[in-house]
Design a binder for this molecule. Structure first.
Ligand code: PLP
Length: 360
């Protein structure tokens, strides 16, 4: 049976990226040696590193005054590397979910943290609005998409101070104006590749702005030496995850870039949200205006709660994978990242309709 993969991350990747990865394990770049066995100083690999940085710059329109590099450690490591590199005295955080809260917690090791607003009072089911960004903070940190709760900040906000964004789960899903941000980072495993590589985009003048003495690996300057070509190559980079990310970005480009992804993503999300709103068995959990295009959260409607386990079984029997909601929200979550095909969303919608018909 065909499986429809709605996992929240790691998650579905483009078929052609997987095929290219399989081939590269056998033979990388016609060297007769597989990618898992090559040196990262191989010229063919240095070319991939240069091209993957170039693809990031091209797809997101990243200007030359920004550094782009790739690290290990996941987005969670950036939770402390961001304040280590950028925080002098005080940082401001918007608490829109558990990831945002975790990021703020790490910043407290380096200075004062102001939580500008939080939606914890309603299980993070909305994005707070009407808050004031303190101008005496070194930066304002946001999480653009809240993977667990299915809310998203849909526009690039105007910030009077340096804006830092964790874009782990919506990077490359819509166009962003990079110049509005001082820094953008995230784990690759939701929209741009497999687990094991973290992307960092940071305005060059911010590197070293905390004036703190930093361990070599924590210091962003280490990973983007101005004078060399060897970005992200201070130590051994996560070669294989970067290769799969490279193939994933090539696929994004072939399909028409981030604009085309945005169009596809809006279509998929609309299809699913329309069904949730129409179907008498289900109800969405996120505030409508803040609904995420990436993670669609829903629960059984009032009076239908007893059918939750039955729907889960039914969906499974139809090939749906990974739709169980996060334990803090319950119900269901369908993650419909860039590489999730529209056919999968259509299959889930059909499944919901069939279930409703069977319980009328
Ligand atoms: C998944 C996720 C993280 C955690 O990423 P790791 O790479 O596992 O550390 C952080 N922030 C957001 C928004 C996420 O979705």
């Amino acid at each position: 049976m065909q499986k429809h993969n709605f996992n929240a991350g790691p998650c579905v990747l483009p078929k052609q990226a997987i095929e290219a990865a399989i081939e590269a394990i056998r033979d990388f770049d016609n060297t007769g040696i597989g990618i898992l066995e090559i040196s990262h100083r191989t010229p063919g690999w240095e070319r991939v590193m240069a091209e993957v940085e170039q693809l990031w710059r091209e797809l997101l329109n990243i200007p030359d005054n920004y550094a782009v590099f790739f690290l290990g450690g996941g987005a969670s490591t950036q939770f402390f590397e961001v304040p280590a590199n950028l925080l002098k005295k005080k940082a401001a955080y918007l608490q829109t979910g558990v990831w945002a809260k975790k990021a703020a917690k790490e910043a407290k090791f380096y200075g004062e943290v102001e939580i500008v607003a939080s939606s914890e009072d309603k299980t993070y089911s909305y994005v707070p609005k009407g808050y004031t960004i303190p101008t005496d903070a070194d930066y304002f940190h946001i999480t653009t998409n809240n993977t667990i709760y299915g809310t998203e900040i849909h526009e690039d906000i105007d910030s009077p101070i340096t804006l830092v964004a964790d874009m782990s789960s919506d990077i490359m899903s819509r166009p962003v104006d990079v110049t509005k941000y001082g820094m953008i980072y995230g784990g690759a495993q939701k929209n741009v590749g497999p687990a094991g590589v973290t992307f960092v985009i940071v305005r060059k003048d911010l590197i070293g702005s905390s004036e703190r003495k930093l361990q070599t690996m924590v210091d962003y300057a280490t990973h983007f030496p101005e004078e060399q070509r060897n970005h992200s190559m201070f130590n051994t980079p996560p070669v294989f995850p970067i290769f799969v990310m490279y193939q994933t970005l090539k696929w994004v480009k072939e399909l028409g870039g981030v604009e085309a992804m945005y169009k596809r993503n809006k279509e998929k999300a609309e299809l699913l949200y329309n069904e949730i709103d129409r179907n008498s068995m289900f109800v969405g959990t996120a505030a409508k205006e803040d609904r995420s295009l990436m993670n669609v959260c829903f629960v059984m409607a009032e009076g239908k709660e007893q059918y939750e386990a039955e729907f889960m079984e039914f969906a499974k029997s139809k090939g749906m994978v990974g739709i169980k909601g996060h334990r803090s929200v319950g119900g269901f979550r369908a993650s419909i990242y860039n590489a999730c095909p529209k056919e999968s969303v259509e299959a889930l919608v059909a499944c919901m309709q069939e279930f409703e018909a069977a319980h009328k």
